[in-house]
Design a protein around this ligand. Structure first.
Ligand code: MN
Ligand code: MN
Length: 321
């Protein structure tokens, strides 16, 4: 059921380097557009890095990823999924943050995503730093907590910063578990690595039932084995997918605030995301692309390509709802 109102501009009609950049060249549909109510999957930018504790710049991620994403074509090369024919996809624009006020920004993003949930729109979001996942989860939350599959070098289950600041890009999933937005027994974190302050975050998560798979373990077991376990853990529970670009090795995606060596290559990252196919996905995000640290522009391209992988599995889920 291909809907003509929701098709991307084809590179055969206008070259992919031309025109106004939107996510994957989809139509930009604002909330006051009559077509808004027909959107199934909304691609949304959250240009905000107010939760960053080290190198900033992820606020510039959505614009750069939009530009890179104009190189994406319409069909997946392996699954052969055509997401723009399966469901109605659109670029909904950016959520406006308040760059000088963290709490106000969290509220703004939460309210925005409540609106999407009310309209039945499944979100595919682009950060921004990883704290943006918290207000997204608050906004789309349902009666029962979600499961989550989380790709990252870091658990983002840390306690507050400097002993008092609760909200940073290292704390969103600790907050989400404490708030009952996520069921810790159905949270799977893959790719954890890098030097640590302590093991407190790992212990906190594991005590509550979070499955934390380090990159060393993931490489030992292989992506198919790891994702088979992840799929069994989440089952048919409504599941959120969160992809921090630092899951991938900085050789492939250097433009991010807290890179860690020993990550996967971009091909392996694709394999992980593809194995989300068939799950009951309620939303996804791709975060932490920081263009000021992305000298070649390749990180934004890797991020846009991961977005397309996420979009294809989201479209499969949304088309059977
Ligand atoms: Mn993260
Ligand atoms: Mn990270």
């Amino acid at each position: 059921m291909s809907n003509a109102d929701f098709q991307p501009v084809s590179g055969l009609d206008l070259p992919r380097f031309a025109g106004v950049p939107t996510f994957m060249r989809l139509p930009f549909i604002s909330r006051d557009n009559a077509l808004f109510s027909e959107v199934n999957i909304g691609l949304v930018g959250i240009p905000w890095d107010g939760g960053t504790t080290n190198r900033p710049g992820a606020r510039h991620g959505p614009r750069q990823v939009r530009d890179s994403s104009t190189m994406i074509r319409a069909q997946h090369p392996v699954s052969l999924v055509k997401p723009f024919e399966l469901v109605n996809c659109a670029d909904l624009g950016d959520v406006s943050p308040n760059p000088a006020d963290l709490e106000d920004t969290l509220n703004r993003v939460t309210q925005y995503y409540k609106g999407l949930a009310t309209s039945g729109i499944t979100p595919l979001s682009v950060g921004g730093d990883h704290l943006v996942s918290l207000p997204v989860l608050r906004g789309i939350s349902a009666a029962e907590p979600f499961a989550m599959i989380h790709f990252d070098a870091h658990t983002d289950l840390y306690a507050g910063y400097f002993g008092k600041t609760k909200y940073t890009h290292g704390t969103p999933f600790r907050c989400a578990i404490e708030e009952g937005l996520l069921d810790p027994k159905k949270v799977v974190q893959i790719g954890i690595r890098g030097t640590m302050y302590s093991t407190e975050d790992l212990e906190w998560g594991r005590e509550r039932g979070v499955t934390i798979i380090t990159m060393d373990e993931a490489r030992e077991r292989g992506h198919q084995n790891v994702m088979q376990q992840a799929r069994e853990i989440v089952g048919d529970t409504p599941t959120y997918a969160s992809f921090d670009i630092d899951f991938i090795d900085p050789a492939f995606a250097p433009g991010t605030g807290t890179p860690e060596i020993g990550g996967v290559d971009s091909w392996t990252a694709q394999q992980y995301v593809r194995q989300l196919g068939g799950l009951n996905l309620v939303g996804a995000d791709m975060v932490e692309v920081s263009p000021p640290f992305d000298q070649s522009g390749n990180t934004a391209w890797v991020g846009a390509s991961i977005m397309f992988e996420l979009l294809c599995v989201l479209a499969q889920s949304a088309s059977v709802r």
